[in-house]
Design a protein around this ligand. Structure first.
Ligand SMILES: Nc1ncnc2c1ncn2[C@@H]1O[C@H](COP(=O)(O)OP(=O)(O)OP(=O)(O)O)[C@@H](O)[C@H]1O
Length: 245
C-alpha cells in the first residue's frame, strides 16, 4: 500500500527549550483533509510551523511522499510541495491582485483561469492593489497565491478568523470546492469546529500540545460531549451546536 502523503511520527517541537508539541503522530492521505481543532494556545499554529520547518523538530520525524523532510529548511519544504497560508494573510500590498498571483506561480493545474473560477471576486478585483482589498478578499488572495505555487498539500491557519459572515460563507464554499471537488490535500487549523468539520474528512483535537482525540469529521460533528469538552466555546459561539439531546 502506498505511504500516506504526509506522515508525522512522534513529533516533539517547540521554542527554545520550551516543548509545545509532544508525541504528535498523524497521517494524511493524498486527496485527504484534516481538521486540527483545539482551544487557544494548545499548539495548532505550532503544528503547522513544525510541518513547514519554521519551528524546529526536537524529536520524531516528518515524511512527505515517503521522503524524510525533517531536516529540510522551509523553502525546500515549499519546493517539495508544502503550501502554507499563515494566519497573517501575507500578500504583497503594493502589487495588484493579478501580480500577486502571477509572481508566485509555478506550473500545474492551478493557474489564473482555475483560480478565478474558484474565487470570482478576485477576478473582479484583478487590477486592485493588495492593500485596497477587504480583509476577506485579502484572505482569498493569500490562499489563491499559495495555490498558484501548485502545492501538493495546503496548510491553512485559521482562514476564517475575523471575517464577516457573508465572506466566511464565500470562503467556506471555495475551500469545499477546492477540497472535495478538486481533491486538494488539506490541513485546516480552525477554531470554528462546525465549519472545519464540515470541510474535512478527518479531525484531530489538540490539548496541551498533544493529540487528545481523533475521529472522522462526520462522527465528531455529532459528538457533543467531546466537542464541548475540548472546543466547546467556539461551537457555542457559532450558534450551530445541536440542542440538548
Ligand atoms: N514564538 C514563540 N515563542 C515562544 N512560545 C511561543 C511562540 N509562539 C507560540 N508560543 C507558545 O506556544 C503555545 C502554542 O501556541 P500556538 O500559537 O501554536 O497555539 P494555537 O493553538 O495555534 O493558538 P491560537 O488558536 O491562539 O492561534 C502557546 O503557549 C504560546 O504561548
Amino acid at each position: 500500500m502506498a505511504e500516506p502523503l504526509l506522515v508525522l511520527e512522534d513529533v516533539r517541537a517547540g521554542y527554545g527549550d520550551a516543548v509545545v508539541l509532544d508525541r504528535v503522530s498523524l497521517e494524511l492521505a493524498a486527496g485527504g483533509s484534516l481538521a486540527v481543532l483545539g482551544r487557544n494556545g494548545v499548539g495548532k499554529t505550532t503544528l503547522l510551523l513544525t510541518i513547514m520547518g519554521i519551528v524546529g523538530l526536537m524529536r520524531g520525524s516528518i515524511r512527505m511522499a515517503g521522503k524524510d523532510i525533517s531536516r529540510l529548511p522551509p523553502h525546500r519544504r515549499a519546493q517539495a510541495g508544502l503550501g502554507w497560508v499563515p494566519q497573517e494573510r501575507e500578500i504583497f500590498p503594493s502589487l495588484s491582485v493579478e501580480e500577486n498571483l502571477t509572481v508566485t506561480a509555478r506550473p500545474g493545474r492551478w493557474d489564473l483561469a482555475s483560480i478565478y473560477r474558484l474565487f470570482p471576486r478576485l477576478e473582479e478585483r484583478r487590477g486592485h492593489m493588495g492593500n485596497h482589498l477587504s480583509g476577506g478578499e485579502q484572505q482569498m488572495l493569500a490562499i489563491a497565491r499559495t495555490l498558484m505555487t501548485n502545492p501538493s498539500i495546503l496548510l491553512l491557519d485559521e482562514p476564517l478568523e475575523g471575517l464577516a459572515p457573508i465572506i466566511v460563507e464565500e470562503l467556506t464554499a471555495a475551500i469545499r470546492r477546492m477540497g472535495s471537488d478538486e481533491g486538494m490535500t488539506l490541513v485546516l487549523v480552525e477554531q470554528r469546529a462546525d465549519v472545519a468539520l464540515s470541510l474535512t474528512e478527518n479531525a484531530v483535537i489538540i490539548e496541551r500540545g498533544t493529540i487528545a482525540y481523533r475521529a472522522p469529521s462526520s462522527d465528531l460533528m455529532h459528538d457533543r460531549v467531546v466537542l464541548d469538552r475540548y472546543v466547546g466555546l467556539k461551537l457555542e459561539e457559532s450558534g450551530t451546536a445541536a440542542g440538548p439531546q
